[in-house]
Design a protein around this ligand. Sequence first.
Ligand code: COA
Ligand code: AMP
Length: 634
Amino acid sequence: MSIYRAIWRRSLEDPEGFWAEAAEALHWDRRWDRVLDSSRPPFYRWFTGGMLNTCWNAVDRHVVAGRGAQPALIHDSPVSGTICTLTYAELQDAVARFAGALVRLGTRKGDRVIVYMPMVPEAIVAMLACARIGAIHSVVFGGFASHELAKRIDDAKPTLVVSASCGIEPGRVVAYKPLLDAAIDQAKHKPRHCIVLQRPQLRAELVPGRDLDWQEAVAGAHAVDCVPVAATDPLYILYTSGTTGQPKGIVRDNGGHAVALLWSMRNIYGVQPGEVYWAASDVGWVVGHSYICYAPLLNGNTTVVYEGKPVGTPDPGAFWRVIAQHDVKVLFTAPTAFRAIRKEDPEGAYLKRYDLSRFRALFLAGERCDPDTLLWAEAQLGVPVIDHWWQTETGWAICANPLGVERLPVKPGSPTLPMPGYDVRVLNEEGREVEPGKLGAICVKLPLPPSCLPTLWNADDRFVQSYLSRYPGYYLTGDAGFVDEDGYLFIMSRIDDVINVAGHRLSTGAIEEVLASHKDVAECAVIGVADELKGELPLGFIVLKAGVDRPHGEIEKELVQKVRDEIGPVAAFKLVAVVKRLPKTRSGKILRGTMKKIADGAPWTIPATIDDPAILDEIVEALARLGYPRRTRG
Ligand code: COA
Ligand code: AMP
């Protein structure tokens, strides 16, 4: 039996023994009473009774162990033309003093702190400072606009927001503060204070009495120590898109999270303490939480905080420059980034300019990895390229190829096999397991392993209803796919209204809500259509209210701007078409699937349940106006 298989088997047969052993790699202020607490199914808890501090384990512990002078974090920012390094000792000092500033402003254990920041070291400092004092951070991605931020403020009810004057996108400085001010105006809940990092590219106006300059906030603040918290206490809330416009507040605990993440660094990514590890993502996403901030630091690595893009900052050699310059051993990013690089540098000319001889592996996740991209990356880099599959909900890989344990054969298009604790099953409508090769809903048998969401913030019922009620005893991942004869999993699509745009998870429902609130819109439907670069793009069909006779182009422009203003530029919503009617079933259900097939050029037929087949011809024409070839039905 392979080493991987033996480990995985053991994790399912003896979960308590397996995870207790993994937990020994951390410092505990108090050992747990129970490894797995199954007393209140379907709510499972890991390491109940245990006390620890995630910040201590990620930072202070390494200083005590002699890593104080090792770089903990390298901020590489081609968009601002700066590179700076913080050693573990410097990070400890910055975090302890910022934690002191939080405490001085009245932040207590259990309080929520929203972090709305670009990719600067201070974002990591703010997250760790919250962890240090037991406050619960909720990072909101900078590409979301005010309305989305306001939703998160109202749900998390933060006492404080940490932000920055601006983010820097290629070619433009994005003023964050006006977005934050507008969000606080919109939100019912009002945070007491905002701490604002003033960046040299743009200074923000501060609201007297409410806002503090970062420097002013830390000036004279005392360094505070780590506060032990319960393993089951929340470390953070991270909002993610669901079926409706109301994002789901994924809760992450302290104990299980630290245990699983530390295990993953050594065993999945195969990195040793002291090595440089780089996740080219954003702290606003789960990849950023787990693999820019927590996991590399828990493992004593140097983490790279990259403020730039794969292309255009300044060229498609940006990633290779960072790898060579900082001696990165393992890179983790989304396939989109590689599609963007390949598009601009198909022959890998830029790659040849850098010495990548010490680079060991590339990991890809966040969206489906098309075999073409995987094979191209492999051929260019000459190192293992590993597709792995996970979600905000889990915080670490459900399926992967565990390079630190054993390099399993790669099958392009598959994220390989389940990781410890994940008993993955593909189920049909009736809840029965399907045979290899057959599509079904991908589920994980309960209990989920450590780090996976114990619940949704203040919404136990929604947690059960969203994930656990469809198939009792199983967690519904929301993805559909199949396993092959060797047990390799293939993720094919989502079963809900979530789409994946450049590795960013978005809800078509949220975009529809924005479109529907336009004064001229009677009805709308948003679908995700295939895109060569970003994987998927949102496309909206609009039916106007009777009597609206303004030019359609004008209304379409307003709708694009409205989504940008309310959800944010990250939605990349640019495709919209006015149609007379939407195709529906006789019972009134919009036929999104058929519209998607038409746009994607997939074979399509007229559904038997359709109300009026002629409407589909109109959809074909609307798509043709947007540049999609006219497809006849197959
Ligand atoms: N703050 C403000 N605006 C932001 C932002 C941020 N933090 N991040 C992105 N945006 C804006 C961009 O400027 C862009 O605006 P535009 O419409 O004015 O051009 C828009 O949001 C879409 O951004 P993005 O998805 O990054 O697309 P892009 O066209 O700028 O770049 C890629 C394309 C492929 C280079 C880019 O998507 C990429 O690097 N993807 C990697 C995927 C990734 O990291 N995923 C995270 C999960 S692992
Ligand atoms: P997020 O919660 O933003 O990380 O998005 C999670 C979703 O992204 C998953 O449910 C999948 O739909 C998709 N996803 C992530 N990784 C992969 C992968 N390796 N292959 C296919 N889909 C993926």
